[in-house]
Design a protein around this ligand. Sequence first.
Ligand SMILES: Cc1cc2nc3c(=O)[nH]c(=O)nc-3n(C[C@H](O)[C@H](O)[C@H](O)COP(=O)(O)O)c2cc1C
Length: 184
Amino acid sequence: MKVLGLSGSMRKEGNTAQLIKVILGQCKEAGIKTEFVSLAGKKIHPCLGCLKCKEKKWCVIEGDDWGGIAQKVLDCEVLVIGSPTYYYDVCGQLKNFIDRTYSLYHDHKLAGRKGIAVAVNASAGAERTVKTIEGFLSAHEFASLGAVTGTGTDEGDVMNDAKAVAHAKKTGDKIVRLLLPNHD
Ligand SMILES: Cc1cc2nc3c(=O)[nH]c(=O)nc-3n(C[C@H](O)[C@H](O)[C@H](O)COP(=O)(O)O)c2cc1C
Protein backbone atom coordinates (compact mmCIF):
# COMPACT_ATOMS: atom_id res chain seq x y z
CA MET A 1 0.00 0.00 0.00
CA LYS A 2 1.16 3.52 -0.65
CA VAL A 3 0.02 5.44 2.43
CA LEU A 4 -0.04 3.71 5.81
CA GLY A 5 -1.70 5.28 8.84
CA LEU A 6 -0.45 3.89 12.14
CA SER A 7 -2.05 4.90 15.44
CA GLY A 8 -0.29 3.97 18.67
CA SER A 9 -3.34 4.69 20.82
CA MET A 10 -5.00 1.93 22.80
CA ARG A 11 -8.32 3.48 21.73
CA LYS A 12 -9.03 1.94 18.37
CA GLU A 13 -11.30 4.77 17.27
CA GLY A 14 -9.75 7.43 19.48
CA ASN A 15 -8.62 10.94 18.63
CA THR A 16 -5.30 9.92 17.14
CA ALA A 17 -7.00 7.39 14.87
CA GLN A 18 -9.60 9.92 13.78
CA LEU A 19 -7.04 12.62 12.94
CA ILE A 20 -4.92 10.14 10.99
CA LYS A 21 -8.04 9.03 9.12
CA VAL A 22 -8.74 12.62 8.02
CA ILE A 23 -5.32 12.62 6.33
CA LEU A 24 -5.91 9.19 4.78
CA GLY A 25 -9.37 10.31 3.62
CA GLN A 26 -7.89 13.00 1.38
CA CYS A 27 -5.58 10.42 -0.20
CA LYS A 28 -8.40 7.90 -0.67
CA GLU A 29 -10.58 10.52 -2.31
CA ALA A 30 -7.82 11.08 -4.86
CA GLY A 31 -7.64 7.36 -5.58
CA ILE A 32 -4.49 6.57 -3.59
CA LYS A 33 -4.35 3.21 -1.84
CA THR A 34 -4.32 3.63 1.94
CA GLU A 35 -4.38 1.38 4.95
CA PHE A 36 -5.01 2.17 8.60
CA VAL A 37 -3.53 0.10 11.42
CA SER A 38 -4.23 0.60 15.10
CA LEU A 39 -1.94 -0.77 17.79
CA ALA A 40 -4.99 -1.07 20.08
CA GLY A 41 -5.36 -4.64 21.29
CA LYS A 42 -2.09 -5.66 19.62
CA LYS A 43 0.64 -7.47 21.47
CA ILE A 44 3.84 -5.46 21.10
CA HIS A 45 6.56 -6.75 23.40
CA PRO A 46 9.16 -4.16 24.49
CA CYS A 47 12.64 -4.23 22.96
CA LEU A 48 14.96 -6.49 24.99
CA GLY A 49 18.07 -4.48 24.13
CA CYS A 50 19.76 -7.76 23.20
CA LEU A 51 21.21 -6.26 19.99
CA LYS A 52 20.85 -9.61 18.25
CA CYS A 53 19.09 -7.63 15.53
CA LYS A 54 22.47 -6.20 14.53
CA GLU A 55 23.27 -9.59 13.06
CA LYS A 56 19.80 -10.89 12.22
CA LYS A 57 18.56 -7.60 10.69
CA TRP A 58 15.14 -8.36 12.16
CA CYS A 59 13.79 -8.40 15.69
CA VAL A 60 14.39 -11.78 17.34
CA ILE A 61 11.26 -11.57 19.52
CA GLU A 62 8.63 -13.89 18.12
CA GLY A 63 4.97 -14.55 18.86
CA ASP A 64 3.59 -11.02 18.91
CA ASP A 65 2.17 -8.53 16.41
CA TRP A 66 5.26 -6.41 15.78
CA GLY A 67 6.54 -8.24 12.69
CA GLY A 68 3.35 -8.03 10.63
CA ILE A 69 2.99 -4.31 11.28
CA ALA A 70 6.70 -3.63 10.69
CA GLN A 71 6.33 -5.33 7.31
CA LYS A 72 3.49 -2.92 6.44
CA VAL A 73 5.76 0.01 7.32
CA LEU A 74 8.46 -1.46 5.07
CA ASP A 75 5.90 -1.77 2.26
CA CYS A 76 4.58 1.80 2.43
CA GLU A 77 5.71 4.90 0.62
CA VAL A 78 4.27 7.39 3.11
CA LEU A 79 3.84 6.68 6.83
CA VAL A 80 1.37 8.73 8.86
CA ILE A 81 2.30 7.80 12.42
CA GLY A 82 0.48 9.12 15.45
CA SER A 83 0.21 8.91 19.20
CA PRO A 84 -1.87 10.31 22.01
CA THR A 85 0.21 12.39 24.39
CA TYR A 86 0.95 10.51 27.59
CA TYR A 87 2.93 12.52 30.11
CA TYR A 88 4.19 14.92 27.44
CA ASP A 89 5.38 12.17 25.13
CA VAL A 90 4.29 9.20 22.99
CA CYS A 91 2.29 6.42 24.62
CA GLY A 92 4.07 3.23 25.69
CA GLN A 93 2.53 1.01 23.02
CA LEU A 94 3.89 3.18 20.20
CA LYS A 95 7.26 3.50 21.95
CA ASN A 96 7.50 -0.29 22.15
CA PHE A 97 6.76 -0.49 18.45
CA ILE A 98 9.34 2.19 17.62
CA ASP A 99 12.07 0.69 19.82
CA ARG A 100 11.78 -2.65 18.03
CA THR A 101 12.44 -0.93 14.67
CA TYR A 102 16.07 -0.69 15.79
CA SER A 103 16.28 -4.00 13.96
CA LEU A 104 15.59 -2.15 10.70
CA TYR A 105 18.01 0.65 11.49
CA HIS A 106 21.31 -1.15 10.95
CA ASP A 107 20.79 -1.55 7.20
CA HIS A 108 18.77 1.65 6.75
CA LYS A 109 15.82 -0.45 5.65
CA LEU A 110 13.27 2.36 6.07
CA ALA A 111 15.33 5.09 4.39
CA GLY A 112 13.73 7.11 1.62
CA ARG A 113 10.13 6.92 2.75
CA LYS A 114 8.12 9.98 3.69
CA GLY A 115 6.69 10.49 7.14
CA ILE A 116 4.12 12.60 8.93
CA ALA A 117 3.87 12.84 12.72
CA VAL A 118 0.45 13.16 14.36
CA ALA A 119 -0.09 13.88 18.06
CA VAL A 120 -3.16 14.59 20.17
CA ASN A 121 -3.22 16.00 23.69
CA ALA A 122 -5.90 17.10 26.13
CA SER A 123 -4.16 20.35 26.99
CA ALA A 124 -0.36 20.22 26.68
CA GLY A 125 2.56 18.13 25.50
CA ALA A 126 1.78 17.33 21.86
CA GLU A 127 4.89 19.21 20.72
CA ARG A 128 7.16 16.83 22.58
CA THR A 129 5.15 13.86 21.30
CA VAL A 130 5.77 15.12 17.77
CA LYS A 131 9.49 15.57 18.56
CA THR A 132 9.78 11.93 19.65
CA ILE A 133 8.00 10.69 16.52
CA GLU A 134 10.14 12.97 14.35
CA GLY A 135 13.23 11.55 16.07
CA PHE A 136 12.11 8.09 14.99
CA LEU A 137 11.47 9.30 11.42
CA SER A 138 14.76 11.15 11.07
CA ALA A 139 16.82 8.31 12.59
CA HIS A 140 15.38 6.07 9.90
CA GLU A 141 16.02 8.68 7.19
CA PHE A 142 12.40 9.34 6.33
CA ALA A 143 11.83 12.70 4.64
CA SER A 144 9.41 14.69 6.79
CA LEU A 145 6.19 16.00 5.28
CA GLY A 146 5.31 17.83 8.47
CA ALA A 147 3.31 17.25 11.62
CA VAL A 148 -0.31 17.60 12.71
CA THR A 149 -1.36 18.19 16.31
CA GLY A 150 -4.85 18.26 17.77
CA THR A 151 -6.64 18.69 21.07
CA GLY A 152 -9.22 16.43 22.65
CA THR A 153 -9.88 14.33 25.71
CA ASP A 154 -12.78 11.95 25.08
CA GLU A 155 -12.91 9.83 21.95
CA GLY A 156 -13.89 11.95 18.96
CA ASP A 157 -13.24 15.33 20.65
CA VAL A 158 -10.48 16.12 18.19
CA MET A 159 -12.99 16.38 15.37
CA ASN A 160 -14.23 19.56 17.08
CA ASP A 161 -10.72 21.04 16.81
CA ALA A 162 -11.39 22.79 13.51
CA LYS A 163 -7.77 23.99 13.12
CA ALA A 164 -6.42 20.46 13.53
CA VAL A 165 -8.94 18.96 11.10
CA ALA A 166 -8.15 21.65 8.51
CA HIS A 167 -4.42 21.07 8.93
CA ALA A 168 -4.91 17.32 8.60
CA LYS A 169 -6.82 17.83 5.34
CA LYS A 170 -4.09 20.13 3.99
CA THR A 171 -1.49 17.54 4.93
CA GLY A 172 -3.46 14.85 3.11
CA ASP A 173 -3.56 17.10 0.05
CA LYS A 174 0.23 17.48 0.29
CA ILE A 175 0.59 13.69 0.08
CA VAL A 176 -1.72 13.66 -2.95
CA ARG A 177 0.43 16.28 -4.72
CA LEU A 178 3.52 14.24 -3.94
CA LEU A 179 2.17 10.91 -5.15
CA LEU A 180 -0.05 12.20 -7.98
CA PRO A 181 1.67 15.35 -9.27
CA ASN A 182 -0.84 15.69 -12.11
CA HIS A 183 -3.92 15.37 -9.89
CA ASP A 184 -6.20 18.44 -9.81
C1 LIG B 1 -1.92 7.88 30.81
C2 LIG B 1 -2.37 9.16 30.17
C3 LIG B 1 -1.52 10.25 30.17
C4 LIG B 1 -1.90 11.45 29.57
N1 LIG B 1 -1.02 12.49 29.57
C5 LIG B 1 -1.39 13.67 28.98
C6 LIG B 1 -0.49 14.79 28.94
O1 LIG B 1 0.65 14.74 29.36
N2 LIG B 1 -0.94 15.95 28.37
C7 LIG B 1 -2.21 16.06 27.86
O2 LIG B 1 -2.57 17.13 27.41
N3 LIG B 1 -3.05 14.99 27.84
C8 LIG B 1 -2.68 13.81 28.38
N4 LIG B 1 -3.53 12.73 28.34
C9 LIG B 1 -4.80 12.84 27.58
C10 LIG B 1 -4.69 12.25 26.16
O3 LIG B 1 -3.56 12.73 25.48
C11 LIG B 1 -5.94 12.63 25.36
O4 LIG B 1 -7.10 12.12 26.01
C12 LIG B 1 -5.92 12.15 23.93
O5 LIG B 1 -6.99 12.76 23.23
C13 LIG B 1 -6.06 10.64 23.80
O6 LIG B 1 -5.95 10.29 22.45
P1 LIG B 1 -6.57 8.90 21.89
O7 LIG B 1 -8.07 9.05 21.93
O8 LIG B 1 -6.04 8.79 20.50
O9 LIG B 1 -6.04 7.83 22.77
C14 LIG B 1 -3.17 11.54 28.95
C15 LIG B 1 -4.03 10.44 28.95
C16 LIG B 1 -3.65 9.26 29.56
C17 LIG B 1 -4.60 8.09 29.55
